[in-house]
Design a protein around this ligand. Structure first.
Ligand SMILES: [Zn+2]
Ligand SMILES: [Zn+2]
Length: 346
């Protein structure tokens, strides 16, 4: 089969590779679409996340949908022709966190597109352990397979806001104008937030389509000052850091009100993870600074229905669709901020 294989930082080759045969516990999926994720782009630039098997070259892509084309005798939850959507995380089921149901924090957490070949290919082989401990869900009736590819990024946003408690009447400041920032805007509104402010730089044009109540250009506007002014000096109830920039984390702490919440959603570059926060503000203002990473399987199912029900509008994100042969062009478009979400369709 044809696949886009990550070889080394900056290099992806589209070539023929063998497809692992379908074992008795496994299924094979014919890929319909696979979104390029921020983490794929990060791997493309910096190399694959350190992984247990020491894999350095891989078929990336974990935001994929497709049609089941082969089913092993024991994989009874699936049938040929089923429409499925995949999310990447596979937990071990054994560690301290897994035993407490905190599977997204699994100590031996593995991922499709890193530990197993992912969706930038004609087919994906999904072994039994991925079906068992991962997130391969049926796409609900009435939801197209292009749109369903947004379910993966939407899931982590839905989980973060549920854990943080974003709700009715809240004011939410989103720092970051990429697809994740825009998802935070839509999910906050779906949860009842009355106002969502957004700051960004590269992709403000795309963000305009979501009509934030206040859109700020972080390269020239005083984001903290404007957010405070728009809330009568109080500050936002929530600030979400949805980009890999340490400076926005510091802004977030200054832009929320006392007892407000800062959600650190975007990871910083692997070799530069440090940040500076005003700890006195956190202390005297009883500000909560929380992390957010991934989600358990039921959230992925919720994301699929949230998209089907119109709370998330994939058409505004998917601004570029390319064939497998042009995967690298897709990565470059994301890096250049030309497209909000790029779908690769083999
Ligand atoms: Zn992703
Ligand atoms: Zn575990």
């Amino acid at each position: 089969m044809k696949a886009a294989v990550f070889i080394e930082p900056g290099r992806i080759d589209v070539k023929d590779i063998p497809l692992t045969p379908c074992g008795p516990d496994d299924i094979i999926v014919k890929v319909h679409a696979c979104g390029i994720c921020g983490s794929d782009v990060r791997n493309f630039r910096a190399g694959l996340r350190k992984n247990v098997k020491g894999i350095v070259s891989q078929v990336m892509g974990h935001e994929f949908t497709g049609i089941v084309s082969e089913v092993g005798a024991n994989a009874t939850r699936y049938r040929i022709g089923d429409r499925i959507a995949a999310a990447p995380d596979v937990s071990c089921g054994q560690c301290w966190y897994c035993r407490r149901g905190l599977v997204n924090l699994c100590d031996d957490h593995r991922m499709l597109g890193v530990d197993w070949p992912g969706g930038f290919a004609e087919y994906v082989h999904l072994p039994g352990e991925v079906l068992e401990r991962g997130m391969i869900h049926h796409v609900p009736e009435g939801l197209g397979l292009d749109d369903a590819a947004m379910s993966e990024p939407a899931s982590s946003v839905i989980a973060a806001q549920a854990n943080a408690g974003v709700g009715l009447g809240d004011t939410v400041l989103v720092l970051g104008d990429g697809p994740i920032g825009c998802l935070h805007l839509e999910v906050a509104r779906a949860r009842g937030a009355s106002r969502v402010f957004m700051s960004g730089a590269m992709r403000l044009k795309g963000a305009e389509a979501f009509a934030p109540d206040l859109l700020m250009d972080a390269t020239r506007d005083d984001v903290v000052g404007m957010a405070r002014e728009a809330t009568g000096g109080l500050g936002a109830d929530f600030a979400v850091c949805a980009n890999p920039v340490a400076a926005t984390q510091e802004q977030a702490v200054r832009a929320v009100r006392k007892r407000g919440t800062v959600i650190i959603f975007g990871g910083l570059p692997r070799n530069k993870p440090m940040t500076t926060l005003d700890s006195n503000r956190i202390h005297y203002g009883e500000i909560r600074v929380m992390g957010a990473f991934s989600y358990p399987a039921p959230i992925h199912r919720k994301a699929l229905t949230a998209i089907r029900d119109g709370f998330i509008t994939p058409g505004k994100y998917i601004t570029m669709t390319l064939p497998l042969d042009e995967t690298v062009r897709g990565f470059e478009a994301v890096l250049a901020g030309e497209a909000l979400k790029v779908l690769i369709k083999p």
